[in-house]
Ligand binder design. Structure first.
Ligand code: A2P
Length: 340
């Protein structure tokens, strides 16, 4: 039976993604009954505004999920591992932004524009996973091309904003930039090295094969979301001193030849993606323009002249929106439209 409104919990409500979730629920007029904001003990009692009302942040606890219909998790994988099953036990459907459950076979991994039908699998475990931010933005550009030409192999090089590492990371870039310009000393806490005026080719931890976990997420999650175990993705993920919005340079090899014009048309016709590709007028996607926007922007589409059928392209998307909070809320919208 359909409800008029849904009680929602946000776990990690004080974080960069959690704050964005609150804004997006309001903007999209999601039918929220009660909104429960959960974070660590540090944030207990903090006030946050939602639809003109002041809500008080509560400490995440075992029994935080009583009478909650949908729980949006964005407080890191260990919190998800511990508390998502408790939320499910209390009767909530969990939409999890962390990497905790993404690759589990009985947990759907969903980008609504690509595989909304998978939301039905929430019934298996009560959990739906939200993809890695770079994967989500990358696949918004790749899915329309995969549909017309079947992608075999992808080389992805990412330029990832600090927002992907959370609220403290955003503050670290701001403080380091101010201090650096004034010739003052500064601290490096969130990132392994100074991020202001630097690039760090290291996101998440290193694995035995020399790649980082972030890089391998692109490979594994792409296969799961596109439901195609034959695609190969090799990535280099790099943190850059940009506040918000990730960029990814993509080189793809396709089974069928695809022209620039065909690719542009496919991108233009795909929901949630905008073509910005007029290089001779200096029109191409940039993080500063994608920040705060819902769409992912694609440009610099050109044939790879070194192989018979391949393209180079460039995609930019707001990591906090399509890469995280927006995608989670869109999943919740499919859930309430079709299932609960
Ligand atoms: P808090 O602000 O109280 O630390 P970000 O990714 O921007 O760093 O945000 C992480 C989110 O996860 C924040 O809301 C943070 O709350 C929350 N969080 C971190 N540790 C815990 C914990 N042990 N219990 C509940 N929430 C947590």
């Amino acid at each position: 039976m359909k409800r008029e409104s849904y009680n929602i919990a946000i776990v990690g409500a004080t974080g960069a993604v959690g704050q964005e979730m609150i804004r997006i629920l309001e903007e999209r007029n999601f039918p929220v009954g009660k909104l429960k904001l959960l974070a660590s003990e540090r944030s207990k009692g903090k006030e946050v505004e939602f639809k003109g009302e002041k809500l008080i942040v509560e400490q995440l606890e075992e029994n935080s999920f009583k009478n909650i219909h949908i729980a949006l998790f964005s407080a890191g994988a260990s919190r998800s591992r511990e508390y998502a099953p408790k939320a499910v036990q209390s009767g909530a459907v969990v939409i999890d932004n962390s990497s905790a459950f993404r690759m589990e076979p009985d947990v759907p991994l969903v980008i609504p524009e690509i595989n909304a039908h998978r939301v039905a699998d929430y019934r298996k475990r009560g959990i739906i996973a939200n993809p890695n931010c770079t994967t989500a933005i990358t696949l918004m550009a790749l899915k329309p091309l995969h549909d017309i030409a079947k992608i075999r192999r992808v080389i992805a090089s990412s330029y990832q904003a600090v927002s992907g590492a959370g609220a403290q990371a955003i503050e670290e870039l701001r403080l380091q930039t101010l201090a650096w310009l004034q010739g003052k000393p500064f601290e490096t806490r969130v990132f392994p090295y100074q991020i202001a005026f630097n690039l760090i080719p290291h996101i998440d931890s290193f694995l035995e094969n020399g790649y980082t976990k972030e890089e391998m997420k692109l490979h594994h999650e792409t296969r799961k979301i596109l439901e195609d175990e034959s695609i190969q993705v090799a990535a280099t993920t790099v943190r850059v001193p940009v506040f918000r919005a990730h960029s990814v340079a993509l080189n793809i090899e396709t089974e069928r030849k695809i022209t620039v014009e065909q690719a542009r048309k496919a991108i233009e016709d795909f929901p949630g993606v905008k073509l910005v590709d007029d290089p001779y007028s200096a029109k191409y996607p940039m993080p500063i323009e994608a920040a705060g926007k819902d769409e992912c922007f694609v440009g610099r589409i050109r044939e790879d002249y070194t192989i018979p059928s391949g393209l180079n392209l460039w995609v930019v998307g707001d990591q906090l929106r399509k890469g995280a909070a927006l995608n989670a809320v869109q999943i919740a919208e499919v859930l309430i439209r079709d299932y609960v």
